[in-house]
Write a new protein. Sequence first.
Length: 169
Amino acid sequence: RLAHMMGVAFDEVSFGPSTTQNTYVLAQAFLRGLEPGAAIVVTNQDHEANSGPWRRLGEEGIDIREWRIDPETGHLDPADLKPLLADGCVRLVCFPHCSNVVAEINPVAEIVEIAHAAGAFACVDGVSYAPHGLPDVAALGADIYLFSAYKTFGPHQGVMVIRRELGDK
């Protein structure tokens, strides 16, 4: 039922102990598939639980690039993402659907389109958004979408959507 509500196939939905743990396991899986010189984009609008596991991959030689918010507005401008992707080294762009830090709802579909155009996958932290309504992940185009079921009146588990193309890799 959950997969249907999010517009994805049932085998694209995984459950884990928490969103934090799911993100950590996912980051470790990504590490095994990244080549030397690969980069990941994170934001300073994220909750540490979403950006921390990715940032720690810097200790393993992965180039971590920070997409920064406008300090006056808290806005994460999609135009500021493009220069971070220009050299073609970015393999993953991680960002929140909704920031619990600055209460900003990001234009996920637009950001995903920019990431895909640069050859990168998109990982969306939906923990702060999902309690307001489960997203149509297929319409957003996200390759990975994470949230906590307990924040949507479910059990204390993390939910992770990984699109089949990426999951197969």
